[in-house]
Design a protein around this ligand. Structure first.
Ligand code: NAP
Length: 300
């Protein structure tokens, strides 16, 4: 293996340490405790796990955590009423509505009812527009985490060829905007892209956000390129025993690591950065809401 492993777990821990330092300063110098409210509707098991770990890490960095669990039959009006209350609550600086929502709720309507200044997921249409026009915004957590790791590894990204595979609103599109903001030459690939292997071979930076286990093999990767694997896919792992599974990314790790200059592993790469960036966004939102300088290095 030749690639340097980008250790997302360690990097995320360092981001959380930085956040904790800012939280301590906000408390001691200004008497302000940043607060994050997480809203969960229904009982989706994966969402319950995410919400629990978000709550735990929020408290660990010294912030207030407000969890709102609503049952799966909650009406749109009830949910919008809760969001209105959180928008008006001065102790709440960040609001996250855990997705996916049950089918009877209109996700766009719900997300766009969040005060954009408290939209720590960065999914509100105003934040999408601000990011797209290069203005100060709340930046979606997963692509923000990828950007932080890339900046840390390369310093400047200016002039690099970046290929983002995937064009979702939560990962692919904002990732491309962020890379463009850092002066990369950006290509967004998707399921209709022709000659995807050739497109990827032109990249100094590959960000894979597809949701297809080990889709990108090493022979698509330009020697020395940096590979950021956003994918989280659970596959059968008979080698671990009957009925066992394991997590893999969208890139075939072993073959990509043979040629890449650097690569994020799955698990332990992008995943841990997502919650760290949620905490970073909350401290950024709190600083902005109070007219204070926002912490450096915690946002785009
Ligand atoms: P998504 O909304 O399903 O989007 C997947 C994208 O991949 C689409 O744009 C799709 O193209 C494209 N695609 C599908 N098949 C393709 C193919 N054969 N060749 C090229 N492109 C193809 O997924 P997402 O929400 O962006 O998530 C992507 C992956 O990242 C998933 O594994 C998810 O679990 C993971 N994820 C991880 C984190 C984290 O914290 N690490 C956070 C979010 C997501 P079309 O648009 O043409 O259909």
């Amino acid at each position: 293996m030749t690639a340097q492993i980008i250790d997302g777990k360690a990097f995320a821990a360092s981001v959380r340490d930085k956040v904790a330092g800012h939280v301590a300063r906000l408390k001691s110098e200004h008497g302000i405790t940043p607060g994050l409210a997480v809203v969960l509707v229904g009982e989706d098991p994966a969402s319950q796990v995410y919400v629990r770990s978000k709550g735990k890490m929020t408290v660990e960095v010294g912030m207030s955590s407000f969890e709102h669990k609503m049952d799966a039959e909650t009406s749109e009006n009830e949910l919008l009423e809760l969001i209105r209350n959180l928008n008006n609550d001065p102790a709440v600086h960040g609001i996250l509505v855990q997705l996916p929502l049950p089918n009877h709720l209109d996700e766009d309507l719900v997300i766009n009812s969040i005060d954009p200044a408290k939209d720590v997921d960065g999914f509100h249409i105003s934040n999408v527009g601000l990011l797209g026009t290069g203005q100060k915004s709340m930046v979606p957590c997963t692509p923000l985490g990828c950007l932080m790791m890339l900046r840390d590894h390369h310093g400047s990204l200016s002039g690099m060829n970046a290929v983002v595979i995937g064009r979702s609103n939560i990962v692919g599109k904002p990732m491309a905007q962020l890379l463009l903001g850092d002066s990369c030459t950006v290509t967004i690939a998707h399921s209709r892209t022709k000659d995807l292997p050739d497109v990827v071979r032109g990249a100094d930076i590959v960000v894979a956000a597809v949701g297809r286990p080990e889709m990108v093999p090493g022979d698509w990767i330009r020697p020395g390129a940096t590979v950021i694997d956003v994918g989280i896919n659970r596959i059968d792992a008979p080698e671990k025993g009957e009925g066992k599974t394991r997590l893999v990314g969208d890139c075939h790790f072993d073959s990509c690591a043979e040629v890449a200059g650097a690569i994020t592993p799955v698990p332990g790469g992008v995943g841990p950065m997502t919650i760290a960036c949620l905490l970073a966004n909350t401290v950024t939102a709190c600083s902005r809401a109070n007219g204070l300088d926002e912490p450096e290095g915690l946002t785009a």
